[in-house]
Structures are given as C-alpha cells and as structure tokens.
Design a protein around this ligand. Structure first.
Ligand code: ZN
Length: 413
C-alpha cells in the first residue's frame, strides 16, 4: 500500500516524461502542459471503494489519487467533501427528477479554488518551493493567499482589473502581495506567465501552467460517485474559466472507470458567458482548439470571463467531445434568473456559478438533457463574493414597519 500512487509527469505536447521531484511548470523541452500519471494497475490491486469509510471527509480522503507523496506536507483547512444537494425548486421548474448541486461555495475561502490550492501549495511545500506567482480574476487569488500564508510561502498575486473590490480586498486580508493587472486579452497574460517560467524559473500556480492544481478537482468524481453508491451522474455541468474544474473532474471519472469502480462516465458540459465564450464557439464549429473571442468586461460572470483559454482550451474541449457532452454560453439575464432559482434552493451563488444552472435550462430546452437524467451542477463560488450581483438579481423589499404589534398585524394580513 502506498500513500500516493503518482508516478511521473507526461507532456501533452511531446510526450516527454519527467520526475515529480523537479519544480516544473510547463514542459522544459516544448512548453507543453504536463499531466501527472498514476500506477493504475497497482491501485486496482490495492484499493477498493469501501476503504475510505471512517476517513476525513475533506478532499484528503482520497490521498492515494493525488500527487503529494507525504502526509506531513498537507496544508489543509478542511476543503472538499462539500454537500451534494438534491434540487427542491429548479428540478420541478425544469421537469428534472434528479438534479443536484455540488455546493463548493461552502469552502474555506468561499470558492472551489480551495481544492486546487490545498493540493498545489502542499505540493510546492514538498518540493521546497518558497515563493510563487499566480494570476486571478479574484477567487483563485483569495485561495492562494490563504493557503500560501498558512504554509509560509511567499505569494505574489496579479488580480485582473475587472475583479470587484471585495475580491481584491480579500486577497490582502489573507496576507499576500497583490497587484492589479491590466490587459487587452488573456493571451497576453498567458504569454507573460510562460515567459516568467522560462526566464525567472518562478514557480506558478495558474491552472494547467501549474501541473498539479487541477488534480484536486478529480475529487468531484470521487465524492459524487461515492454519494451515488459508486455510480457516475449522466451529466456534470461546470462553469469554465481556465477549465481546471471540468478537466480534473473528467480525469477523476476516467480513473474510477479504469479501476472498475463505476461502469459509466458522465457527459461533461462547459459553460461560459455569452460575452466571451471561446470554448462554446469552438465547440459549435467542431474545433478542438479555441481562439480568442469576445469581451471579458461585458458580463457579470467575472470568474469565467476568459476570452482566450490557455493553450487553445484543448483539454476542456477534449473533455467535452470525449464525454459526448456539450459547451454552451448563457446571457447575463439567464444567469440572474438562475441566481434567483438557486436562492430558492437555499444556495447563494456568484454569477459564474449560477451559469451552470442556466446551461442546464438550455440543455433541457434543446432536448439534450432528459427528464430522468442525473444532473450535477457544480456551484463554484459563493454569492457573497460578488454582493452587487445579488442586489442586481433581487430588488430590496419596499415593505417597512415600526416595532408595534398593530403594524406587524397589518403587514401580515
Ligand atoms: Zn513537451
């Protein structure tokens, strides 16, 4: 029995293999993205679905599936293991009997990013990395700041100028050095970061450029499959910025299928805002690579307003095509409606998170999602991250009263 079954990295581009003990970001030979590989035959031999009972409910319940080698290096605040809530409102509206919400808004810093940063910061600690850099639209920055500070890692966080002031303040609150980043397109950011890797060797935490962050998102597959008694849902619906969530989840389900623990795979759905949406645009055109498209400033869905995905969004598009899923865009109006629907579920979601439910609505309308399909929407971030959007979604009640029984009685009648 091993604590982790990770073996090595393989480059997406040139298939070169690398040791995990080197603090690598992208492939030193070709600049391609690195992917962690595991000894699946050994896992099949040693592990079984019943063995996780009684362990922590955090994402570290599944440590055999992550690239960290030693338990002592874990930096954790109890992330993962979030509730999988059956729908009580939206399902009825849409005629769906099995609609669920994986509520990652309940994470330590209020977004799903905590899964990735618990792993990536732990892994950096194991490698002896003492400083790191990331770019963020807000949530990743908060998460990186919080975990880096706890680990004693010196973090620099570039926050895009479109992020709301609260998100920027949160990063400062968690104790990181932060700077506001101005740009025309995501392409410029990716080039800048890739050059920083080559020229400075500065370890980076941006999804995919950091080769382990998205590994933590495999936890969706384990947690959800376990909750459904080792069955995969029919659909997994993910808001997509860089796409670490959808790619990680897809990889996790693939591992479980290879181990023989689940007998089917979910169809993966990628959602982006109408104002940008390079992934859905490529999908509509049948392409495996997405170009730059849209205006990141023209939507309330800040966290997923990327106009140019990293390395053409190939991983995200692979997950969508290979699973038989789809990619779609949703408008701000549809997002605001989905926020109101989620409110009736007891869930406060930021606009980017609500986009998943808006996409389900489209999928039902278009006849892609059937009434008895099992559908899981990932709620990636709390509505409290973007309070102005909640105020936009619902008007303040005009009702008022003085503290007197007569006025209360009048109000209630
Ligand atoms: Zn390579």
């Amino acid at each position: 029995m091993a604590w982790s079954y990770v073996t090595h990295y393989v480059c997406d581009g040139c298939a070169a293999a690398y040791e995990l003990s080197r603090p690598l970001n992208t492939c030193p030979a070709c600049g391609g993205l690195l992917e962690a590989k595991y000894d699946l035959p050994a896992m099949k031999r040693d592990l079984h679905p019943g063995m996780f009972e009684g362990r922590t409910t955090s994402m570290w319940r599944w440590h055999e599936f992550y690239p960290l080698r030693e338990e002592a290096h874990i930096v954790s605040m109890g992330e993962g293991g979030t509730p999988l809530l059956p729908s009580v409102y939206a399902g009825k509206q849409l005629g769906l009997s099995r609609l669920y919400f994986k509520n990652d808004a309940l994470m330590p810093t209020g977004s799903f990013k905590d899964r990735g940063f618990s792993l990536a910061v732990s892994f950096a600690k194991e490698l002896g990395v003492s400083q790191g850099l990331t770019y963020s639209s807000g949530n990743a920055g908060s998460s990186f700041a919080a975990y880096a500070n706890r680990a004693g890692l010196n973090a620099t966080i570039l926050v895009e100028y479109l992020a709301n002031p609260l998100k920027k303040a949160m990063i400062g609150l968690y104790g990181a050095r932060t700077a506001t980043l101005y740009f025309e397109s995501m392409n410029e950011i990716t080039s800048m970061l890739e050059e920083a890797v080559r020229e400075l060797g500065l370890y980076q935490f941006v999804n995919f450029i950091n080769p382990v962050r998205h590994e933590a998102m495999k936890g969706y597959a384990y947690e959800i499959s376990e909750a459904f008694d080792w069955k995969a849902p029919d659909w997994m619906v993910h808001p997509v910025g860089t796409g670490g969530g959808i790619w990680g989840a897809w990889k996790g389900f693939g591992e479980l299928a290879e181990l023989g623990w689940i007998d089917s795979l979910p169809r993966m759905v990628a959602v982006q805002p109408d104002a940008t949406g390079p992934i859905p645009r490529a999908f509509r055109e049948g392409l495996r690579e997405a170009g730059r498209y849209g205006d990141s400033s023209a939507t309330i869905a800040q966290s997923i307003a990327a106009d140019a995905p990293i390395q053409g969004g190939r991983r995200v598009l692979d997950a969508v095509y290979d699973s038989g899923g789809f990619a779609d865009t949703v408008t701000d109006e549809e997002i605001l409606e989905a926020m109101r629907w989620l409110g009736k579920e007891g869930i406060s979601a930021e606009p980017s998170s609500a986009s998943a439910l808006a996409a389900v609505r489209r999928g039902v309308r278009d006849g892609l999602i059937g009434p008895d399909d099992c559908v899981v929407c990932v709620v990636t971030g709390s509505g409290l991250k973007q309070p102005s959007a909640i105020q936009k979604a619902v008007e303040e009640s005009p009702l008022q009263l003085r503290a007197s029984f007569a006025e209360l009685k009048a109000l209630l009648s």
